[in-house]
Design a binder for this molecule. Structure first.
Ligand code: KIV
Ligand code: ZN
Length: 532
């Protein structure tokens, strides 16, 4: 095997050396990530995530698929209006209407990009597009050319590139470059490739396609065989200079390459693979937690970089080594990725300034109103809970951000539970500021609470997921609850945290219901959502 350094990259990547060694980070958490079944994000959550991605200094934010729905269009448009440094990108199929809609959505962006794609593999040509190779080439020329008339920065993707005949893929890339694409993405759409094959595909393009050395080649790897990160790094070895990634590796099916893993692999092993990114890694944990909270997808405990156990040392031998020298068992420090450990933060006597400072170290810059609200919640929590940990604060702030603009809000809840049934819930909510109450029995206290919600806010949605996690340890720990609802094929997730598990459950359900209502304006046509 050749030594994987920048030297092994084909000389034809003709940028100045410093730039040659920089890998552009293209985040697709809000587009491909949101295509994970159940991983819907509300408009406000997307805006908040865009701010976090800017703090991370990702180079490109793929904010959505504007033609897919009004909600996606509005999210891309709003993000284009608030992002100042990163490029804001929207996805479009090869049709003119898609591209026009995308161009309109990114119009306000300081730096906008149209990302248009077309399938190139025989499987997709025959079964999805019913198009010949010549048809595909013509569509590439037309779509990329049209996009270039509307935007200077155009990316073209060859969907299912890794299962495309190499000679035809070359012709497709050639057509896209000639039509004006500045970035060429070669996705492993179905997560089928091996690292060596993926690297060779980029080398082949660089060697055989005129002008390939003057555009940016990009990776986009799905994780069906657990190889997405390895393949993306191999793509970089082969000459790619952009990686398409998602926080926590979320995305279609088994997901995309995880941003945090690729960024840290490049940072920690610069000796082995001499490339770097511009990502400010101390924001990684916050981004991971936020994505997990808004999607309701828990991060597995042993997940690289962001898992709860990623920096935990359990065995005596390891602990002994760590006490003598952290380098014995740690290849990076938790602080590098913003994992501060579960340190005790402060009690109920803490002041607002100290609280604001704590939030800042956890990566939150809140406006005055949000700060006041978070501080009040913190005080309430400190009254109930002996030790308040960083994780508690993160949970309460994320909770406030998630539910802040909800139409329906839980006001009070009282539940009768225990062995002497029936369990009964007494609930008061406000809907658009107007108070309404109901009580209901159920098969258990949670069922009673959800039945009471049905009474105050009648709906047809079906409960698809109900999940409870303890934020920290101890019986007074906050419960973090995720709820997923489905109605007419639309899925929405809600979450909430509280020291009272039933209150957290009620708030999470109501949050999901609010998100579902918001999503009703946002229909995602199945024909568009599938096929990636
Ligand atoms: O996986 C894929 O091929 C995609 C494209 C739309 C870039 O997500
Ligand atoms: Zn994809």
């Amino acid at each position: 095997m050749t030594t994987p350094t920048a030297e092994s990259v084909p000389e034809s990547v003709a940028a100045p050396r410093a730039e040659r060694d920089r890998v552009i980070v293209f985040d697709t958490t809000m587009r491909d990530g949101e295509q994970s079944p159940g991983a819907s994000m509300s408009h406000d959550e997307k805006l908040e995530l865009a701010k976090i991605l800017e703090d991370l200094r990702v180079d490109v934010i793929e904010a959505g698929f504007p033609i897919a729905s009004n909600g996606d269009f509005e999210a891309v448009r709003a993000i284009s209006g608030i992002v100042t440094e990163s490029i804001v990108c929207g996805l479009a199929r090869a049709g003119m209407a898609d591209i026009d809609r995308c161009a309109e959505a990114i119009r306000k962006a300081r730096r906008g990009r149209i990302h248009t794609f077309l399938s190139t593999s025989p499987s997709h040509r025959d079964h999805i597009l019913h198009a010949s190779q010549e048809d595909i080439l013509e569509m590439i020329t037309k779509s990329v050319g049209h996009a270039r008339n509307l935007c200077d920065d155009v990316e073209w993707s060859a969907q299912d590139a890794t299962r495309t005949e190499p000679d035809f893929l070359r012709r497709c890339v050639d057509a896209a470059i000639k039509a004006g694409a500045g970035t060429i993405n070669l996705p492993d759409t179905v997560g089928y490739s091996y690292p060596s094959e993926y690297a060779d595909m980029f080398r082949d393009i660089l060697e055989h396609v005129e002008g390939a050395d003057r555009v940016i080649l990009s990776t986009h790897c799905h994780n069906d065989l657990g190889l997405a990160v390895a393949n993306s790094l191999a793509g970089v070895q082969g000459g790619a200079r952009q990686v398409e990634v998602a926080i926590n590796g979320i995305g279609e099916r088994a997901g995309n390459a995880a941003l945090e893993e690729i960024v840290m692999a490049l940072k920690v092993r610069g000796d082995a693979l001499a490339f770097h990114t511009g990502v400010e890694t101390q924001h990684i944990t916050r981004a991971s937690r936020y994505v997990s909270a808004i999607t309701g997808f828990p991060v597995q405990f042993n997940k690289a970089i962001v898992g709860k156990n990623a920096f935990a040392h359990e065995s005596g031998i390891h602990q002994d080594g760590m006490l003598k020298d952290r380098g014995t068992y740690e290849i990076m420090s938790p602080e590098t990725v913003g994992q501060g450990g579960s340190n005790l933060v402060m009690g109920k006597h803490a002041g607002r300034a100290g609280f604001r400072e704590k939030l800042r170290t956890l990566g939150y810059e809140l406006g005055q109103n949000a700060l006041n609200e978070a501080f009040q919640r913190f005080k309430d929590l400190a009254d109930k809970k002996k030790h308040v940990f960083d994780d508690d604060i993160v949970a309460l702030v994320d909770d406030a951000l998630a539910s802040g603009s909800d139409r329906i809000q839980v006001k009070t809840l009282r539940v009768i539970a225990g062995t002497e049934g029936p369990q009964e819930a007494f609930l008061t909510v406000t809907i658009d500021g107007v108070e309404t109450s109901a009580n209901a029995t159920g098969d258990g206290p949670v069922d009673a609470v959800f039945n009471a919600i049905h009474k105050v806010a009648p709906h047809e949605a079906i409960l698809r997921l109900f999940q409870v996690h303890a934020v920290t340890e101890g019986t007074d720990a906050q419960a973090q609850v995720s709820v997923r609802l489905e109605e007419d094929g639309r899925i929405a997730t809600g979450q909430a945290a509280d020291t009272d598990t039933l209150t957290a459950s009620a708030k999470a359900y109501v949050n999901a219901l609010n998100n579902l209502t918001a999503r009703k304006e946002k229909s995602a046509p199945a024909a568009i959502a599938s096929g990636f």
